[in-house]
Design a protein around this ligand. Sequence first.
Ligand code: NCD
Length: 308
Amino acid sequence: MIRHLLSGADLDAATATLILDTAAEMATVAGREVKKLPALRGRTVVNLFYEDSTRTRISFEAAAKRLSADVINFSAKGSSVTKGESLKDTALTLQAMGADAVVVRHPASGAPHRLADWVDGSVVNAGDGTHEHPTQALLDAYTMRARLGRLAGLHVAVVGDVLHSRVARSNVLLLSTLGAKVTLVGPPTLIPVDIAQALAPGIDVSYDLDAVLPNVDVVMMLRVQRERMTDSYFPSAREYARRYGLDAPRMRRLPEHAIVMHPGPMNRGMEITPEVADSPRSTIVEQVANGVSVRMAVLYLLLGGNNL
Ligand code: NCD
């Protein structure tokens, strides 16, 4: 088993499949009255969040607690980080406390990789800047497999603000490893030149959402990340929604069996309409639920847990 999970590229097909299969076993715990396993009793998991998060932080906390680990939640607000303490000094503090795993979210791309050099425990990247978010890709893959029965041969459209999306990058890497075909769709300003070739071979790019929709099994909508935008990438929110937003008429272009995904948080009315987000094709709530099982599997396997 790998020691850290920093990138979608850390996972070969066998390891990724082991995580998904273990997550399926973990999911049975969620259905029980007592939602707890003793597997990580006595181990310490630190959630180190330097950037806002709702789903991911709660999900990792629930996952660690369901495995009986001790959980320490650290958020940059209210810590010595606001006094200018460096990531390295924070890492040394965690090290001194004996953290077995550090789950880190950070606005700087690459921060989890640096942290992995400074601590003895396992580091899990919970989102670094615009770079990667591998557990999101795993929970997305888990959701696709649960709904559609397989990953190999699926055609997945990843739509919208690819430029700022760590979710897109990790998904492209993992889905390619697992044999799915990915098409990136969005305005040319939000799809970095050469991204397709840089990430994995066989990735397509399209600027025409309507043309792509009839040919996909999965459409994954991305949030337009205004907080990371330093420039004007499209004329207006209305114009963006008109060309790249998923509304009900557009959703009808999808094949009957196709599903609609979104990692959250959504800009309802921008990249996705409420009607689509709340439709039976949407897996958005399932993705959140599956996230806990997938993160349980990741923590369990990285920490070499026992007593499953
Ligand atoms: C994403 C993130 O933070 O990278 N959300 C998530 O983890 N569920 C996507 C986003 O912020 O748009």
